[in-house]
Design a protein around this ligand. Sequence first.
Ligand SMILES: *Cc1c(COP(=O)(O)O)cnc(C)c1O
Ligand code: SF4
Length: 442
Amino acid sequence: MQSFVPSKNILSASSSRYTSYTLSNYKKLPHIARLSDEQKFVIDVVGSVLPFKTNSYVVNELIDWDNIPNDPIFILNFPQKEMLDPVHFSEMAKRIRREASKEEIRKCANSIREELNPHSAGQLEYNRPSLNGEMLSGMQHKYKETVLYFPSQGQTCHAYCTFCFRWPQFVGIDELRFAMRETELLIDYITKHPEVTDLLFTGGDPMIMRTKTLASYIHPILAADIPHLQTIRFGSKSLSYWPHRFVNDADADDLLELFEEIIASGRHLTFMANFNSPRELETDIVQEAIGRIRATGALVRTQSPLLRHINDDPGIWADMWKKQVKLGCVPYYMFVARNTGAYRYFGLPLVTAWEIYRRAYQQVSGIARTVRGPSMSAFPGKVQVVGVSEIRGEKVLVLQMLQGRDSDWVRKPFFAAYDEKATWLDELKPAFGEERFFFDKE
Ligand SMILES: *Cc1c(COP(=O)(O)O)cnc(C)c1O
Ligand code: SF4
């Protein structure tokens, strides 16, 4: 482990050195002295169940240590007590307190994890494509135009978000599910599916890969020159967690050249950036990184889930969207937090999500109103909460799909009985006494 350099004044070279912190070494951070023993104990307990990883950039430049425990970035990376059910918390606390064996802690953690809905939204079972009768494990193809690709070497991140819906793979209960190294299979699949226009590299975070590794995926795809493949996307949180990736890392320039190569092939490159809080857009280094990505010809689009304790306020979203537009980014999606992992801590009622969305939307000009939401990535599709209305005396929630398992479902308004507590599609009942929603028919 490299030595940790806390001072911002000695910065430059030392600040661009990535050091990660997990349960095993986070107590070495000088800032941790600001936490009480009780707070550290909470991190040890919750961090034994949910993934915990942060890094030198997040700790030194994003977290406001004068604003603990309420700082949004602190909550974004550091486990909080209420992320676990009190019963689960005390089960684990008991074992940490008496220094139980690793094996016992692992067993206890795994049994709690199984109760946190680790396989939400039918991710793994339903969206796996097949080729010549063989299931492909490193891909998802749910919506006609877009194939998701999970390069096996991009399945981790520069830090872990406490809200992450991919958390099972970071705690090892979903290992290798998404491992597909063979770009050949991917190329073969896309070639045989002329309806596919978009290829989305996701993870984890594909920007965790060294440029050379990423190029070993990209070059064969460009060489195959599939005529219907028009857009390549990278889904990434590295602009928030490690913007040095695009500025100071030894292979930063090579990475940007790779972006240029994609664009020179006649394709569009969209960098899908995840920002959860305005702070992530404020440092000099992130602004420089965004500028460098844009200078390649790539477009940066932004998205985030709506999270209680982090960004459950219209002013925060309006601020984020304005900052993004100013930096040349295009606000894209506001998601409803998924019902998995630490969801009990982050989740919000759909009605509240809609209120926050529209109050934020009202505060920005049309240029930032490109953002769609709030949207649930549910089993049948991406379901947007259009709003609350009243139809012939019945209060209803108006919904529509922005993406659908069947593309004919898209943009057909449908109605659910008003429910101010519901937080996910499966808690809603059809309005007007109907038995099912139209997409449940078959
Ligand atoms: C969101 C999503 C996509 C991309 O949808 P766009 O609306 O084109 O951005 C593709 N596949 C899955 C599974 C998704 O959740
Ligand atoms: S960066 Fe994305 S995949 Fe990684 S922990 Fe955060 S939400 Fe999960």
